[in-house]
Each structure stands twice: as C-alpha cells, then as structure tokens.
Ligand binder design. Structure first.
Ligand SMILES: C[S@@+](CC[C@H](N)C(=O)[O-])C[C@H]1O[C@@H](n2cnc3c(N)ncnc32)[C@H](O)[C@@H]1O
Length: 507
C-alpha cells in the first residue's frame, strides 16, 4: 500500500504495519462511541516517566468488529449475518457498543455501492485503485459521515486512528483527506452530484436508495402497473427487518409464543410472532425447539404447500424437493405429524442436508442428499414443495452484502435450474396432487415465466394460490398481484418478497 492508499507496494496486511498493537485504540469519540472516547486519551509523551509504554493489544470496539466482518465478507465471501454474531461474541462488547457495531456493519455493507461512488468522486479515482483494506476503512468512515448522527470529527478521527491500529498507518493521510472531502457535503448533495448525469428515473432512484440499478429495474418490472410504489419498496428493502418467529405447530400456539416472548402475533401466518428487538437465540422457546426464526412470508409458503387442495384423499406422502437448511421442512414436518403424514426432504448439498436432519430429527421427516432433478424417489407424492434456489432478491434486507454480490448474469442459469426442478417436481407428484413452487425473489424470469412455462404441460393446471392463502391467513390478505399466483412485498406485507404458485397434476 502506498501512502495515498492506492494498491500495490508496501505492507497492506492488517496488524503488520507501524503502530499495530502498540497502543489502545481510541479517538475523538462521539455519539455512540463512549468507550472510544474514554480509551482514546493518551498520556502526553514522556509525561514525567521514562518507562516505555507496555505493548497492549488493542481492545476490540464497534469499529474493529465492523471492519473484521467487512474483511470476512470481502476476503472469504462470508455472510455478514453469520459473521457478525461470532465477532460480537469474541469482542464481548456491551449492549450499546454491540448495537453500534451492528449498525455500522450492516449499514456500511448495505450502502457499499453508493459509498463507493461517492468515495470515487471524493478521491478522484476509481475505487478499484484503492487497496481493499483501506477502502473498507474509508467506506466505514463515509457511512458514519453520511448515514449516522455520529459527529464529523468523531467519524474522521476514529477512522484515521483505526487505520493506525489496523496496521494501515501509511494510508492515514489518504483516509483523512478523503473523509474530510466527503464531510464537506451533505448526503443529499453527494446523491445529487451522482445523479447529475443520470436522466432515467429508475436509475436515479437506485442511486438514492443504494440499490444496484438492475435490481431496482427487476423490482419495477415485477410491480408492473404498481411501479409507482418503487420508492416505497426500495425504502422498505433498506430498513432493518423485524425478527419473525414461527411457533412449531403442535408444540406451542402463536398466541402462547407471543405471551412468553413478549412479541406480537403476526397478521398473516397463524404461527407468526414479531419481535421488535433482542436476540432470538436467547429465548427459551427457541432454545427448546418450540419456535424458530422464520420470515412470515416463508411460513405462508410452507402452510400453502400443506393446505393447497389435492384431488382425492391426501395419502400423506409429502416432499420438500430443495429443503436446505430446513426452515420450511420443520414447519411442514410438524404439520405432517399432526396430519399423520410424513415428509421426504431432498437437498443437493451434503452440509445443508445435515442441517435439515438436525432441524427435523424429532419429526416424521426423512432426508436424502440428492439432486432434485433426479432424486431417484418413487413418484406419487400428494404434495411437493419446490422452494427453488434463486437469486434471493426478495430477501436482500436480511443479507446486507447480497445486493452488491449478485449480478444480472446470475439469473439465466438459475432459471434453467428452476425449470428443470419444477419439471421434476411435476413428475414426482401424483395425478391430483399439488406442487407449490416458491422463490424468495420477485424477478419475473424466476417467477411468472417459470410457472407459465410449466403450466403449458398438458397434465398441469394452475390453482388460485391467493384463495389458498385466504383460507390460511389470520386477517384478509391483499395486494398479492393479479393471480393466480401470489407475490408478497416488504412494503405491503412486512415480509420478504416471496413468490408462490400452486400447480396441480391433472388426474
Ligand atoms: C431457497 S433454498 C431452500 C430453503 C429451504 N426451503 C428452507 O426453508 O430452509 C434452496 C435450496 O436448494 C438447494 N439446491 C440447489 N440446487 C439443488 C438441486 N439441484 N437439487 C436439490 N436441491 C438443490 C440449495 O442448496 C438450497 O439449500
């Protein structure tokens, strides 16, 4: 790394540069940075004693936790929502600093593409020319300046200090200069500057809400005649989602779960409970397996798979064709137990199949590690859930880094897989049985196009899945689209943007 933060030359590794591990981290503090402020005050040099300061490992703080997660996401393609809890446990921050670390990590990752465009303008160079660990630091500082109430001095000073404690001291001047330039304008001024040369309204909205343009465009296409709701949708997609719990049928009711957790019952799934805050893993009901974290929209998918009308008697042979890691298999397995049915779960990944086994070990569920396109199972299932591998564009709010990792180029390959899996599901279901096709993506290529094509098979009819949902939901559900399929939306339903369609094999 050179002194101006650019790639190439010199040291660029965390913890190897000048100043690394030499003194407690700190800085000017500021809102939410009480600990930084207290630790950042160093004694004046040579203050009456000749003793050399003892080397001391820097104590983790909110910013170092955020940087560690950002590094894991960048270098090892980690998922932030899995890496952050591990870092928080390791750092043992108090509740206030843990909340700040969470806000900085998720916020910076979510806004990354927008921050990079602003940094490029401020640094007068492409971000590709900036050493990645230095770029992470600048992103973290820029996020604080533009999207938090942390004071500008605190945001700049603590980031420059972090450059030193992270072993990137030679880039401190560069970090300082870029952040000061960013601090000289408001967020709105930067966004206006980026939008200056952009006329297309969707592209302008995408810039302002830190979404890649192709994703905003896919959302608009899926909203169709309601594309005017795009700003609301993009804003909801940027907000931190509430934690949804699913009560396990037969173990606890939604009402009881709300009482023991202090949460609120959902308006859609009869098993849903919403929590405003807190660590769901610490709840007794979750630890004892009576409830699990699951988006309310995902609950509706499993419930629709269990409730869509089959012709003739339901013989109790149910199949989950893409089951890993097992969220819906647990709900389906618990319903199967109540109905006297059994669930076969298929998952191509050995590791994920293991997770399904673990999650369903006390339920009538058999797990097979196999490719759902050719699972080698005896056909004749009464019900098949195909929760297809997809781009995940409908669950971006739960995966802060995901929007900048995916590309439009990922979609066609997924669509071919979805088509082949749906064909297989329709071959495996008995005449009169139902396939529930679902994606956690509203992208039309992965949703309507796939089920329309399958509906062209001579032995398939489309059911009105909105009617199925009407029979399941606690309160009337609206805004699902023109049907017969259903599209859930974060801004309308408070769920992930799940899509579902029910197809029945003709007898
Ligand atoms: C959307 S996820 C399913 C989520 C799951 N239903 C749940 O609620 O936890 C899709 C799953 O399909 C698996 N998968 C991908 N290709 C597959 C294939 N050819 N056959 C079976 N499973 C596959 C992925 O590994 C992934 O676990």
């Amino acid at each position: 790394m050179s002194a101006d933060g650019s790639r190439g030359g010199g040291q660029s590794h965390r913890g190897r540069g000048k100043g690394s591990g030499q003194r407690p981290r700190g800085g000017a503090g500021g809102q939410g940075t009480r600990r930084d402020g207290a630790q950042g005050r160093r004694s004046p040099q040579g203050s009456g004693q000749n003793k050399r300061p003892q080397p001391q490992a820097p104590r983790p703080d909110a910013r170092s936790v955020a940087l560690a997660v950002m590094t894991a996401v960048r270098e090892r393609s980690a998922y932030a929502n899995l890496a952050l809890p591990a870092e928080l446990r390791r750092a043992r921050l108090d509740a206030r600093d843990a909340a700040l670390a969470t806000e900085l990590t998720y916020g910076t990752l979510r806004a990354q593409g927008l921050l990079d465009r602003i940094i490029a303008l401020a640094a007068s160079r492409s971000v590709d020319e900036i050493d990645p660990p230095v770029l992470d630091l600048v992103r973290l500082g820029a996020y604080q300046l533009l999207f938090t109430r942390i004071g500008a001095h605190a945001a700049v000073d603590t980031t420059v200090e972090a450059a030193r404690t992270e072993g990137l001291g030679r880039a401190a001047g560069f970090v300082n200069a870029v952040l000061r330039k960013i601090a000289a304008r408001t967020t709105e001024e930067w966004i206006d500057a980026l939008r200056e040369a952009v006329a297309d309204p969707i592209a302008r909205m995408a810039i302002g809400t830190a979404h890649p343009e192709w994703i905003a465009r896919a959302f608009a296409e899926s909203l169709g005649s309601a594309a005017g709701e795009l700003p609301e949708l993009l804003a909801a997609d940027d907000a931190r989602p509430r934690v949804h719990l699913a009560a396990r049928p037969g173990a606890i009711t939604g009402e009881e779960l709300a009482l023991v957790t202090g949460g609120r019952e959902g308006r859609l799934s009869p098993y849903a409970v919403h929590l405003d805050s807190g660590d769901p893993g610490s709840l007794d009901a979750v630890r004892e397996g009576m409830a699990a974290v699951q988006d309310e929209g995902s609950q509706l998918v499993a419930l629709a798979a269990a409730g869509a009308p089959v012709l003739g008697k339901d013989g109790g042979r149910w199949l989950d064709l893409c089951a890993g890691p097992g969220g819906k298999a647990v709900l389906l397995g618990a319903l199967a137990e109540i109905e006297g049915a059994s669930l076969t779960a298929v998952e191509v990944s050995e590791h994920r199949a293991g997770l399904v086994r673990e999650a369903t070990n006390d339920l009538p569920v058999t797990v097979h590690t196999a490719d759902g396109r050719k699972p080698g199972l005896e056909p004749g299932f009464d019900r098949v859930l195909l929760d297809a591998p997809c781009s995940g564009l409908g669950a971006l709010r739960r995966r802060p880094e995901a929007r900048w990792r995916k590309t439009a180029g990922d979609v066609p390959e997924l669509v071919s897989l979805q088509r082949a899996l749906l064909d297989s599901a329709l071959d495996l279901v008995r005449p009169g049985g139902v396939v529930l096709y679902a994606t956690c993506s509203p992208h039309l290529s992965e949703t309507v196009s796939v089920v329309r094509e399958a509906g062209r098979r001579a032995d398939v009819e489309s059911l009105d899945v909105q009617e199925v949902l009407a029979g399941i939901c606690v309160e009337p559900i609206e805004g699902l689209g023109t049907g017969p399929w259903a599209q859930l939306w974060p801004h309308r339903h408070g769920t992930d943007a799940m899509f579902m369609a029910a197809l029945r094999r003709l007898a």
